[in-house]
Design a protein around this ligand. Structure first.
Ligand code: GCO
Ligand code: MG
Length: 402
């Protein structure tokens, strides 16, 4: 079998998605997500101009060899653009392998380790009362885990809070929206949010929170300590993770579990945090961490150090990535939880898929391969529309971390 076509499809059914479609000489097709939020066309060009021509004529069954051909062979290793492009190829080849074998991809990864994939939703609101109403919507749908994000009193625009609620979408403007930040105000708000949520929903609901790289290690340590009595499932990205030894400081002061990794691209980004046991959950996922092949390596390393998985699953990862993530999640022994931000109905129509939500769990479906397709006619009706994530400034105007 040979690859005869590798095509990049860019579509914007409400938000931009980049998809790689690989076709074999037998007519089997495979899909890979290549979406890098706010930098979509860089990956589209990397694939179209530099990778697709190399794929023609290759044996699609040689997934490992193709991965190394693109990783070792490029000379310029790692980085979000390269690793997203490699991920798209890798994911499409796993899809093809599953279709050729007549098996869902999770069967090729060792079969089920669990009955369903526990997911968390993103409950956001301007006020604590609004967030609690959102949490209630999730619990009514059967969610066992919810991430709570609230506006900060005194800050006009806060990250993680949107008008869209269930279909939260942070990248919405032609130029980045300017959000504001104050760690002092934020650190006062979060314990109040957790206290009110526990009070209304009791001890069983898993509560998560995304700090979005905003704090210093000692501030994060204080936040973690102030939340311990509410038993959070995790706090996510408490500090920017370039300085990984900084997490030692957090660990010295709090037992609140830490989740990191949605912007990581390779096992080398994860290595120190995992091997020093500085985190509890690794948030890398298929599209930005080199595909199924590489993500499994990261998860296997994590398993040695009691680190569980908690993959990113925001709306800017397409249903192709979500589908691939679920096949990995259902198979790996050290699965923790999966983020699940719902796509809009239109996105689901462009990417018909077999995975289903029921009673707090996602189920990957039994179709051969990844169980996701792209309706190219419909996709073509929604051309690329540039959109940016917000930027973030302190109250004195200094640029802060997004
Ligand atoms: C999350 C994320 C997102 C990101 C977005 C960036 O945990 O869901 O932090 O909201 O900001 O995916 O592209
Ligand atoms: Mg996050």
């Amino acid at each position: 079998m040979k690859i005869v076509d590798a095509r990049v499809i860019v579509t914007c059914p409400g938000r931009n998605f980049v998809t790689l479609k690989i076709t074999t000489d037998d007519g089997v097709t495979g899909l890979g997500d290549a979406t890098l939020n706010g930098r979509e066309l860089a990956v589209a060009s990397y694939l179209r101009d530099h990778v697709a021509p190399l794929l023609i004529g290759r044996d699609p069954a040689r997934i490992e060899d193709t991965w190394n051909y693109l990783y070792r062979g490029a000379y310029w290793r790692r980085g979000p653009v390269t690793m997203t492009a490699i991920a798209a190829v890798d994911t499409a080849l796993w899809d093809i392998k599953g279709k050729v074998a007549g098996l869902p991809v999770y069967q090729l990864l060792g079969g089920r380790s669990r009955d369903g994939v526990t997911v968390y939703g993103h409950a956001n609101g301007e006020t604590v009362a609004e967030v609690l109403d959102e949490v209630a919507r999730y619990t009514e749908l059967g969610y066992k885990a919810v991430r709570v994000q609230c506006g900060v009193p005194g800050l006009p625009v806060t990250y993680g809070v949107s008008q869209d609620k269930m279909f939260y979408e942070p990248a919405a403007a032609r130029r980045p929206v300017e959000a504001t930040w104050s760690s002092e105000k934020y650190l006062r708000m979060v314990p109040e949010l957790f206290a009110a949520t526990r009070d209304r929903f009791g001890p069983d609901l898993h509560l998560l929170h995304d700090v979005h790289h905003r704090l210093t290690p000692i501030e994060a340590a204080r936040l973690g300590a102030s939340l311990e009595e509410y038993a959070p499932f995790w706090i996510e990205d408490p500090v920017p993770a370039e300085l990984q030894e900084g997490f030692r400081l957090i660990r010295q002061h709090t037992t609140t579990p830490i989740a990191v990794g949605e912007v990581f691209n390779s096992i080398w980004d994860c290595q120190q945090l995992i091997t020093e046991q500085l985190i509890d959950y690794i948030r890398a996922t298929v599209v930005h961490a080199g595909g199924i092949t590489h993500l499994r390596r990261i998860f296997d390393l994590a398993a040695l150090y009691h680190v569980r998985t908690g993959s990113h699953g925001a709306t800017d990862l397409s249903p192709v990535c979500m589908s691939a993530a679920l096949h990995v999640d259902i198979a790996v022994p050290n699965f923790g939880i999966q983020e699940y931000m719902r796509h809009t109905e239109l996105t689901d129509e462009v990417f018909p898929h077999g995975y289903r939500f029921a009673d707090g769990y996602l189920h990957p479906g039994e179709e051969p391969g990844l169980g996701v397709e792209i309706d190219e006619k419909l996709a073509a009706r929604y051309p690329y529309d540039p959109a940016y994530l917000p930027v973030n400034r302190l109250l004195d105007g200094s640029m802060h971390h997004w």
